[in-house]
Design a protein. Structure first.
Length: 75
């Protein structure tokens, strides 16, 4: 998956939550999350794990599998 596809998935999963809310839960800056969602930057491995946990999906489904559909199970 490329950065733009990952960004789209992250944006989809965030849904109605604010970037500030998600970033705070992950311990990152809002501007960093915005870069991930725009596809201009790819998270480090530890942030990939945190994002997958937060959104209730696997790292593989979120960052590597182009054919899987992800649904938000966190809330």
């Amino acid at each position: 998956m490329n950065k733009k596809q990952v960004g789209g998935r992250l944006l989809q999963l965030r849904g109605a939550r604010s970037q500030e809310e998600v970033a705070a839960a992950l311990g990152i800056r809002q501007s960093t999350l915005a870069m991930y969602e725009r596809g201009s930057r790819m998270p480090k491995d530890e942030i990939k794990l945190a994002l997958a946990r937060y959104y209730g999906c696997s790292v593989e489904a979120l960052f590597f599998s182009e054919n899987d559909t992800i649904r938000d199970v966190s809330g």
